[in-house]
Ligand binder design. Structure first.
Ligand SMILES: *Cc1c(COP(=O)(O)O)cnc(C)c1O
Length: 344
């Protein structure tokens, strides 16, 4: 073998990989349709049929709920705002404790702070990097109201154990599935495995609308609260005849018609994009399995992984992340970059 590039030998590859691109003519046509209509957002803050948004937002919500097999989908302008809505809808307030992960994107850990509640860090599992049920149990107090689980890197949380804990202690489970659209547990989709699930549609996720998020739930009461919080929560409660909805803190987390129209096209592409990822993983696993210092990611039994990232354990201590761009893979950690190309 000639000298390795890392030791000054010739580089196998000199160009950057092309960016991961999911946007095409379908999204262009969808955006044009919205622009031609002249209605870029149809939300009204007061109680009115437009309180629930315009035709693209409503169609997206219906299609999303249908795809993931869940009763309600509520479109918002990011997963961050979706997490804030979820904590608000859970009725969490000052002094309440919410168990969160220390190993995640910041929004899923800080969401309780928006309502002056206390995020309590639990440890993660060594094998899967999701919240450890044993560690959660040690942190439950009489003030604990909810657990925010994260399907990190596309791997679903320990559903049976954490749901059992939630049931025993009457806690809500908020599932941050931003990295796991299409992941499954016993055939059921990530996002539908807790009381509320929050997807992200930001530019860096499997599918995107630039910025955006979707909350899903089976629960009618939570769904109504989520829709109120998304849209100022100032809708005339009197007209709804619902006394329990007073004093809610609302925001403007509304998704525009353009984002919703793009998201509808992106959702159609999700199954194909996932298959491409799984093909890449199979290719990589075959090529990497014989390298002694690398351990391939462990996949939880009875789950389907969405592989937002492909995490390898390197010499037992360093973590390496892999980023996919169409048909190609970039693998990096702090010091070195290893490139592996899959020829089409
Ligand atoms: C991306 C991400 C978010 C936030 O998503 P935005 O849509 O950018 O607000 C939250 N949690 C996790 C785990 C994420 O990866």
């Amino acid at each position: 073998m000639s000298q390795l590039a890392i030791h000054g030998g010739p580089k196998v590859r000199n160009d950057y990989f092309p960016p991961y691109r999911t946007i095409g003519t379908e999204e262009e046509a969808a955006v044009k349709r919205v622009l031609d209509s002249g209605v870029l957002s149809r939300f009204l803050g007061t109680w009115h049929e437009d309180f629930l948004g315009g035709p693209e937002v409503r169609a997206l919500e219906e299609e999303w709920a249908d795809h993931f097999g869940v009763k309600h989908a509520i479109a918002v302008n990011s997963a961050t705002s979706g997490l804030y809505c979820a904590v608000g809808a859970a009725g969490i307030g000052p002094g309440d404790e919410v168990i969160v992960s220390p190993y995640t994107m910041s929004a899923s850990a800080i969401a309780p702070l928006i309502y002056n509640a206390i995020p309590v860090f639990s440890d993660i599992e060594e094998d899967y990097y999701c919240l450890s049920p044993q560690s959660i149990e040690q942190r439950i107090t009489p003030r604990t109201k909810a657990i925010i689980v994260v399907d990190l890197f596309g791997q679903v949380f320990d559903v049976d154990a954490i749901r059992a804990l939630a049931k025993k202690h009457q806690l809500l489970v908020i599932e941050d599935c931003a990295q796991a659209p299409g992941a499954t547990y016993r055939g059921q989709f990530a996002g539908t495995l807790g009381d509320m699930g929050v997807f992200s549609l930001n530019y860096h996720k499997h599918i995107h609308t630039g910025e955006g998020g979707i909350i899903v739930t089976q629960n009618d009461d939570l769904a109504e609260k989520l829709r109120l919080i998304r849209n100022h929560a100032e809708a005339v409660v009197e007209a709804r005849g619902t006394a329990s909805l007073v004093n809610m803190l609302g925001f403007n987390y509304r998704m525009t018609e353009i984002e919703a129209a793009i998201a509808r096209e992106q959702l159609k592409k999700l199954p194909r994009l996932l298959r491409e990822r799984w093909d890449n993983i199979a290719y990589l696993s075959e090529k990497l399995q014989s390298i002694p210092c690398l351990t391939l990611p462990k996949i939880r039994p009875e789950t389907g992984h969405a592989f937002y990232l492909h995490t390898l354990t390197y010499c037992a201590h360093n973590k390496m992340d892999m980023v996919f761009s169409k048909g190609r893979v970039r693998l990096f950690n702090a010091g070195a970059t290893l490139l592996i190309e899959k020829t089409a």
